[in-house]
Each structure stands twice: as C-alpha cells, then as structure tokens.
Design a protein around this ligand. Structure first.
Ligand SMILES: NC(=O)c1ccc[n+]([C@@H]2O[C@H](COP(=O)([O-])OP(=O)(O)OC[C@H]3O[C@@H](n4cnc5c(N)ncnc54)[C@H](O)[C@@H]3O)[C@@H](O)[C@H]2O)c1
Ligand SMILES: CC(C)C1=CC=C(C(=O)O)[C@@H](O)[C@H]1O
Length: 246
C-alpha cells in the first residue's frame, strides 16, 4: 500500500474497537504512526490487530482535562500531530424524546458532541502553528436525517456536522482542514445497542440493501486524512449506500 502518511502522527479516539480500530489499522497501513485514545486501553494484541500503536492512552473525551493532558503527553513523546480522527461515541437509550432521561441526554451530548469540540479545541492550535492538519469527525446519517428514538444521538451528530462546517471556515486559510463522515449502519457493538426493529428499519432505508463495512469507512477516512484531500473542508462525506438525499 502507498505510504502517503509516512512520517505523520494520527490520533484516533475510540480506537480500541469497531470503526475506530478499523480506521487506526488503515492509517497505520498508509504509513502513519497511530495514537489510540480510548476509555480503557489494556489488552491490545499487536498480532491480532496487525500493528503496534506508537501510544495507547486512557482518555475520556468528555473531559477537557483528560484530553489536554493526553495531548500534551503525545507532543512530549512524539513531537507532532498531523491527523485527528474524532470517532469515540456512544448511542444512549432508545426511547421517545419526551421520555429521554436528562442524565442520559447529557452523557450522549458530553461524549458525542462535546468530546469532538474538546479534542478539536486542544489539537487545533498545534496544527495552526505548524500550518498543517487534517481533522475527520465521525458523525452519522442520524445527524442528517434525525432517527426516531435516538434523539440525543441524532442531535449530537447534527451538532458535529454543524461544528465541523463552522470551524472549517475559520481554519480555511491555515492549512487545517476539517471534514466529517456520515456513515449509515455498520455492524459493531454500538449497533447492537439499537433494538432489532430499528436495525431492520435502518437497513431497509439503504438502497444497496446491506450494512456498511468498517473497511469502507476506513478507506474513505484515510483519504480525507491525507494530503490529497487539499481543497475540501467543512464537507460531509456520506457513506450511505445511496440513502443520503442531501
Ligand atoms: N456502528 C454504526 O452503525 C455507526 C454508524 C454511524 C456512525 N457511527 C459512529 O462511529 C463511531 C464509532 O462507533 P462504533 O460503532 O465503532 O462504536 P463502538 O461502541 O464499537 O466503539 C466506540 C469506541 O469509543 C469508545 N468510547 C466511548 N466513550 C468514550 C469516551 N468518553 N472517551 C473515549 N472513548 C470512548 C469506546 O470505548 C469504544 O472503543 C461513533 O462515533 C458512532 O456514533 C457508528
Ligand atoms: C446508534 C448508531 C448505531 C446508529 C444509529 C442509526 C443510524 C442510521 O443510519 O439510522 C446509524 O448511522 C448509526 O449511527
């Protein structure tokens, strides 16, 4: 595989499993040294995962202090960061909006939206200083469509999309590009948190008639995170199998 990310450092949040792990593997295959941030980072099996991250750090993206401390450690150990993939996320309860428990709402927003803001807020000054950066935020088709019974998740992902567009404009002349991806459903532990009825309904909305694969997201993210993505910022790259209409 072409080593177009050789010499670059990529932080992937939520990189211990699922989509984040797939993205981390793909960025590594393209030559990047990868830093994994996740709540728990024990039990990494380099033989199984196919590579050894340059760092694995226990980070809670919903805590600004945790993110800032982890980023300072990355700079001290590795020196520079070119790529940030904000992938960590949770679903939360599957309930009607008017019954949504406020504490659960706050937690979903804290991780899925505030977490993206905290990581961007922390990494952007470093990237601006160096005149180069690629930030990829993992949103969801739920953030474009609004999906019933996951209103906090839908709202958080819509917020990620709007935040990406706003910050991208602010950074457009600084060499720091921010984009997001809006995937449809992928078979990961997160999907298993949905009800079988919702999973079936979501699949039925996809004209290609199948779920998205982790490798398909990882391939797209690795291009957006690379130098060939040079004139696109503030964009939402859909991975919807034909579902997206805007
Ligand atoms: N699976 C899907 O169908 C799907 C579709 C569209 C978008 N997404 C998005 O993709 C991303 C990854 O989803 P996934 O399906 O791989 O989920 P997953 O549950 O398999 O993995 C999520 C990872 O994020 C980590 N994480 C959770 N809270 C965290 C926190 N506070 N700080 C740091 N790490 C934290 C988890 O420990 C886990 O390793 C999420 O943002 C999700 O919303 C998923
Ligand atoms: C919660 C998560 C697995 C999820 C819910 C709904 C989706 C959809 O496309 O309707 C998915 O994209 C996914 O983010």
């Amino acid at each position: 595989m072409s080593q177009y990310l050789q010499g670059q450092t990529a932080i992937v949040t939520g990189g211990m499993r699922g989509i984040g792990l797939g993205i981390a593997q793909r960025l590594h295959a393209a030559g990047a040294q990868v830093v994994i941030w996740d709540l728990a980072v024990d039990g990494w099996d380099a033989a199984e995962q196919g590579f050894e991250p340059v760092l694995r750090q226990s980070v809670d993206v919903s805590s600004l202090a945790s993110v800032e401390a982890a980023f300072a450690h990355v700079l001290a150990q590795v020196g520079q960061v070119e790529i940030l993939v904000n992938n960590a996320g949770i679903n939360g309860p599957v309930v009607p909006a008017w019954e949504y428990p406020p504490a659960a709402w706050d937690k979903v927003i804290a991780i899925d939206l505030n977490g993206v803001f905290y990581c961007c807020r922390t990494a952007i000054p470093h990237m601006r200083e160096r005149g180069y950066g690629r930030i990829v935020n993992v949103a969801s088709m739920a953030g474009k469509d609004g999906v019933q019974y996951i209103s906090a998740y839908s709202a958080a992902k819509a917020g990620v999309i709007a935040f990406t567009k706003a910050a991208a404009k602010e950074l457009a002349q600084d060499g720091v590009l921010l984009n997001c991806v809006a995937p449809a459903m992928v078979e990961t532990p997160l999907m298993a948190e949905m009800t079988p009825e919702h999973i079936a309904a979501s699949k039925a909305k996809i004209p290609m008639g199948r779920f998205l694969k982790v490798e398909e997201i990882a391939n797209m993210v690795s291009w957006i995170a690379g130098p060939e993505c040079s004139f696109t910022t503030g964009f939402v790259f859909d991975l919807s199998g034909g579902r997206a209409t805007y």
